[in-house]
Write a protein that binds this ligand. Sequence first.
Ligand code: SF4
Length: 900
Amino acid sequence: MFESRLLAALAAGSTVVTPNKRLARTLVATYDNAQRSAGRRAWPAARALPWSAWLEQLWNDVLAHDALPTVTRLLRAPQARWRWRQIIAADSAALSDVRGAAALAADAWAITKAWGGGGESWRGWRNDALAEDDDCATYAGWAERFHATLGHMRAVDDASLADALIRAIDGVDAWRNLDIVLAGFIEPTPQHDRLITALTERGARIARCEPIAARPTQLARASAGSPRDEMLLALTWARNEALANPGATIGIAVEDLASRRDEVIALAEDVLCPALQLPGHEGETRPYNVSLGSSLASAPLVAAALGWIELSIRSLPLAQAVVLLRSPYLPDATAQWPRRAALVKTWLDSGRREVSYGDAANALDRVDQALGERLRRAFAAYRFPNEASPRVWVDLWRGWLAAIGWPGDRPLTSAEQQTRDAFDELLVNFAAMSVVDERMRMFDALGALGDLGDDTVFQPESPPVPVQIVGLLEAAGLPFDRLWIAGLAADRWPRAPQPHPLLPLAWQRDHDVPRSSAARELRFARKVTTLLLRGAPRVIASYARSVDDDEPRRASQLIAELDLPALAPLDSETCNASYASQLYASAPSLEAIADLRMQPLAEGASVRGGAHAIEAQGNCPFQAVALHRFNVDRWPRAKTGLTAIERGTLVHAALAAFWNDVRDSATLGSLDDSALTARIATAAESARRSLKEERWRWVPPVIAAGETTRLAALLRHWIAAYERTRPPFAVEATEVQAELTLAGVSFRLRLDRVDRVSGGAAIIDYKTGVTLPPKAWFDPRPRSPQLGLYALARRQATPQSLTCAVAYAQLQPGAVKLNGIAADVVSWPALVQVEDTKVGSWPALEAWWEAHLGALAHELRSGVADVAPRDGPKTCRICGLGPLCRVGGVALEVDDIADE
Ligand code: SF4
C-alpha cells in the first residue's frame, strides 16, 4: 500500500511528482480505485506526474508569462541529439561511430548539468589538471559548442531546463501557490534540489514523502543454478501466487532487466500464458507486462513503414525486401501474403540479391496485380527530392506510406494502434528537427529517421495485469501485494563503479555522480534495497548461484546480512520444462502406417524429367515421385555467382555451338592454334545467350566477365585432351530430341551429341559434375543411366542404326575426364572395351540396360515411393528434399546426415 499521506495529498488537490511514469500511473490508479471502493461515482482527477512532465508544465508557465525573455525555445531530446551529432561529425570526421559518441556526449552533458553546480563546469576541463585525458578535453570542446548553439538559438534543452526555470522564478507569480509532494526520489540530484529550494523560497509548498510506509514484511530468500533458472523460479512462483490470490498485484524486480528483456519475455510467455504462444493469439493481452520497452524502430508496424520508405529510394537486400512484401501492414495482406511471399523463390532462382522498388512492383504483377499497380501509382506520385527540410520529408513520407496502403486494411489491435500513434509522434519529432538542421539530404534524412526510431523506447500500455516485471530502480517505491527481487548476487548488487568516460573522474567523485565510486554505489544500493524490501507484505530476494558454469556466486552482502529464511521449494517439474517440451512430452504415441505407393500410371503415360526421372528412381523412389510426379521444386539457395545448373547449361551450349561450326575431326585438325582459339571464343560468347540477359544483370560483373574466359579455357582443355587425339569422327547431331518407351512409360530425352565413328554411332553426354567409370554403372539399380537410355532410344527409333560407343565427357575445371564403353576401342581408344565389362558384349550391354532400366521404369509406373536413399545420408545430402520426405524422422538419424 502507498503511504496514506500521499493519497491524502492527492485528495487535497496537491500535485504528486514522481521520478518515473510507472509510479505516477500506479498512484493515480490506486487513488481512483480507492474512490470507487468508497462508493463514489465522480471525483476530481488526481494529479500525479513524473518529474520531466512536471518541468514541462513549469516551462509552459514560463512561456505564458514571458518570464525568460532571453530563451524562447525548448530543444527536445531528438533535436539535441542531432545537434550533438552535427558538432561531433564536424569536429571528428574520422570518428567511426559518430552516433555512439553523440549519445555518450549527450549523457555526459546531462550529468554535468544535473550533478554540477549549475555553471559551466566543462570550461575548466579543456586544459585543466582535472581533465586527465584527451577525451575529457574533447568533450569540453563539444560541450562549449553545444552551449553556444543553445545561446545562438535562444533555447534551453531538457538537461538545462531546471536551471532555466530557476532563472525565471521571479517572473511566474503562480508558482507561489504551487502545492507539490515529491515521492520516490531516492537520490535527488543537486540540480533537482536547487529548483526545489528556489521554488520553496519563492513561497511554493513542497513536501517530500516516501511512497511506501515502513511496515512488517515477511521476507525470504531463494537461489537457483543459473540466471535462467532463477527467472523460471520467480515466474512459477508469480503464477502460483496469482492463481492463489486473484486480484493481487505481483511484482518481479529484475536487476539486469535491460539486458535480459527478450529472454525474460520468452520465459514469461512460457510460464504465465503458454497457450497464448499459439498462432492467432499474438494481439491478446498477456497476464504480465514488462517495463523498459524496446526501440520503436523494431516494432513490426514501424519497421515496415521505415522499410517501405527506404525501398522508395534504394534497393534493399533480398531478405529485407521479402519481409516487406510478406508484411501484414499492406492492403489485402491476409488473403494475399502467401502469393507475395512466393516471390522470394522467383528472385532466388534468378540469383537476385537486391530488390528495387521497380523490381517489387513488376514481380507483384504476376502474383498480385492490384498491389503492383498501387505501388507503381505511388511511385509515380512521389518522387523524392535530393534535399528538403525535415518538415517536407515528413509530408512526403506520410503521403508515400498512405499511397502504398500502409498500414493495411485490417483493424489494428490496441497495441498496434498505440505503435502507430507513436510513429506519428516520431514523425512530428523528426519534423521539429528543422530548428537544428534546415535542410537534409535524402539519405541523411532517412538515416536520421531510423536513428530516431532506434533511440525512441516504446512500449504499448496494457490494462492492469496481475504480474509486473520491472527494473530494480523502478520497483523501489512501488507497492505490490507480493514481490520477488531477482539478480541480487554479490557481483551484481551493489553495482560496480563505472565512471563516465568523458568526464574527469575527480569531478565525478567530488560531485557524487552515479557509478563514480564503490562507496557511493554501496550507499545507493542500501537505500534501494531498503525500499524494495518494504515493497510488499511478502518479499523474496533471490540470486543465481552461477553464470554459464563459471565461478560459484554468493548472495549480495546486502541480503546475506539479513539472514533470511529460505523459500519453501516449488514444484520443480513446472519450473524447468518449457511449454513446448511439455506439449511434446504429452503427445500420444503415433500409429505408424507404411504408405509407400502412389497411384500407378496408365499404360503409355509420359513422365516429366526424361532420363533424370529414372536416375532419381534409382537413387531413391521418393525422390523420383516428388520431383517427377508431384513436380516439387527444391528451395533455391541464395548465391552470388552462377549455379551449377547454369554453368552446365553454358558448357552444353558452348560445345553445341562449337561442333555445329566445326562438324568433324578433319576440320578440327586443320585449325591452327589461333584459329581454334577464335572458334572456341565465338562458341563461348554465343553460349552466354543460353541464360537470360536479366540473369546476367544479377551476376557480379567480375564473375560475369570471367565466365566466358573460364568456359573457353575448359573447352580448350577438353578438345586438346580428348577430341584432337581421337580417330576420325564426324558430329552427326547435337542436342538431339528422342523418345523412349520403357515398361509402358514414355520418356522424352535429349542427347547432347551423336558422332559418326568407324563401326557406328557414338553417343556423348556432357557432364559438369563427377562421372562414374563403367565398372560402377552395373548396380542392380543402375547408376549413371542416361547413356543406357539414350542407346535404347536410338535403337527403338532406328533399329538399323548401330550404336557402338557411349561416353560421359566430364567437363569439370581441373578434372576433365572421359568415361565410356566402346564395342571396339579402335573407334575410340580412350574408352573401355565392352568385353572388359561385367556384361561382355554390346548386345548383352543393351539387354542389361533394357532389363534393369526397365525395372526402374516399372517401379516408377507402379508408384513405388519408398523413402530409401541408395547410399543413405550421402544421397540425401545432395537431394534437398529432406523437409518433404522427413527422412530424419523416418528412415535415418538426422545426426547421420549432418555428420556426412
Ligand atoms: S532426402 Fe533422401 S530420403 Fe528424402 S527423397 Fe531425398 S534421397 Fe530420398
